[in-house]
Design a protein around this ligand. Structure first.
Ligand code: F0G
Length: 461
């Protein structure tokens, strides 16, 4: 079994990372106002802030870079990318963008409407931000067990709650809902997958009421792998057969290619609707670049054309998902509360159950991020009171989120299981001494609450 899940590659080039002392890390933490976003990456030993744009590229991708054609219009690299995307998505029209949020922007301009609802399992921040600017109402209808970190292991915690969706349609009227967006896998609650059955059901209900469906597909092949492994009827299907079926139920897909595209930059807007495509092309020309590059170089498109295919490789996915599971299993052995089962791109630790004596107004998950960096030079990210907290628009009273986690995002093809052991051991140590930790005080936040985590400043209590 170990043989099956060990790395299906060998390491050809290495990047030195620095081991630092606890005293150094304490100094850097203070200088960064206890905000991991402000640390210099060179002072991080294992960087788990994000799985985005951090993949190691393969020798095939690096050699494809040299074939990059830098023509402004009609470059051959675009056509290679187009073919690769059509193969995986099964959708005809492809507009590249410089990264995911640009595709989100184009999608929001087309599908989000002022005063109307955008239903999602859990909208990612960049669509939510765009929707809010446009005056649309973004609502999260993930199933209840997806919002409870202590709920028992269930295979598809990223699913949309169909009953909530039906209720909104009945209460408000279908014309008040401008779009449904399914994020696969669901990033905000643990990289949890969405089942094919749910994608199909959501799309059937939406079709009945003529509401368009969009799939945010940053982690499309990880979602397809979970469907193959966990859903009846998919065991013998290939990853690409599954991705094509997933997208057969939507009108449009957006993608941050910095995840399952196995590249460091890039995004996609893909659709079956020619009119929508024409609108997307106009928006791309204004905001991104001409339609055959959308803000990417020929080199970037070459690397992505190859990376998308590698991301669908069965052996790669088996290794990838099992590495995340390996870390989750090691944390559980140490008694650490995590979202179960582990999802696609990281392990999410419950900050409130880890530090039960630290209340949400003292940022338990952020405290854990600080402790983990201090202990072992490992950088994770808070997805809790700071990142997801909001305020009552009239009274200014804080509103604390249901999910309070620290995400340990695992970069693709970058770290070994020895690195995973370092993370698990460090968290084990912190957990043993958890009573000794006190919370944090928020001393600075920018003007936009939903973006405050990027620049916030804290003090130790
Ligand atoms: N959609 C999802 C589901 C994402 O996770 C992200 C980025 C985006 C869209 C935006 O894409 O970064 O290429 O502009 N997620 C990163 C993360 C930043 O750390 O989860 P982008």
């Amino acid at each position: 079994m170990k043989f099956m899940t060990a790395e299906p590659f060998r390491i050809k080039m290495v990047e030195r990372v620095k081991k630092t002392t606890k005293e150094e890390r304490q100094k850097w933490l203070k200088e960064s106002a206890y905000n991991a976003f402000k640390l210099r990456a060179e002072n991080v030993y294992i960087d788990c802030l994000t799985d985005s744009g951090t993949s190691a590229m393969s020798s095939e991708q690096w050699s494809a870079l040299m074939l990059g054609d830098e023509s402004y219009a009609g470059c051959k690299s675009f056509y290679k990318l187009e073919e690769s995307v059509q193969d995986i998505f099964g959708l005809p029209y492809v507009q590249p963008t410089h990264q995911g949020r640009a595709a989100d922007y184009i999608m929001a301009k087309i599908y989000a409407k002022e005063g109307k609802y955008a239903i999602g399992n859990m909208h990612f921040d960049t669509f939510r931000g765009n929707a809010e600017v446009l005056g649309a109402l973004a609502v999260d209808y993930v199933v209840d067990e997806g919002k409870d970190t202590s709920s028992p292991s269930q295979p598809f915690k990223g699913n949309i709650d169909i009953n909530k969706m039906k209720r909104l349609i009945e209460e408000k009227g279908s014309e008040q809902i401008s779009v449904v967006i399914i994020t696969v896998t669901c990033n905000n609650n643990g990289g949890q997958p969405v089942s094919m059955e749910n994608i199909k059901e959501v799309s059937e209900l939406a079709r009945e009421y003529k509401i368009p469906v969009v799939i945010d597909s940053a982690r499309l092949s990880e979602n397809a792998y979970f469907i193959q492994q966990r859903e009846e009827g998919y065991k013998n299907k290939s990853i690409k057969e599954i991705t094509r079926e997933m997208f057969s139920y939507c009108e449009t897909a957006t993608m941050s290619s910095k995840k399952d595209g196995l590249v460091n930059i890039g995004g996609l807007f893909v659709t079956r609707n020619h009119e929508v495509f024409q609108q997307a092309q106009q928006l791309a020309i204004v905001h991104e670049g001409f339609i055959t590059y959308g803000g990417l170089t020929g080199r970037d498109m070459e690397a992505l054309a190859v990376g998308l295919q590698e991301g669908c490789d069965q052996q790669y996915l088996e290794y990838r998902i099992n590495q995340v599971k390996y870390l989750g299993d090691r944390l559980e052995e140490n008694g650490i509360p995590i979202i179960k089962p582990t999802g696609g791109h990281g392990v999410y630790v419950d900050g409130r159950r880890f530090f039960p004596h630290i209340s949400q107004d003292q940022f338990p998950s952020q405290r854990l991020v600080v402790a983990l960096y201090e202990e072992a030079g490992v950088r994770a990210v808070e997805l809790g009171a700071c990142a997801f907290g909001s305020k009552n628009t009239i009274t200014g009273e804080p509103i604390w989120p249901e999910l309070e986690t620290m995400r340990i995002g695992i970069s693709r093809r970058v770290y070994t299981n020895s690195h995973m052991d370092v993370i698990a051991n460090a968290l084990g140590e912190i957990y043993k001494n958890r009573d000794q930790y006190k919370g944090l005080k928020l001393v600075y936040e920018g003007p936009i609450v939903s973006l405050r985590h990027f620049t916030a400043g804290f003090d130790l209590l």
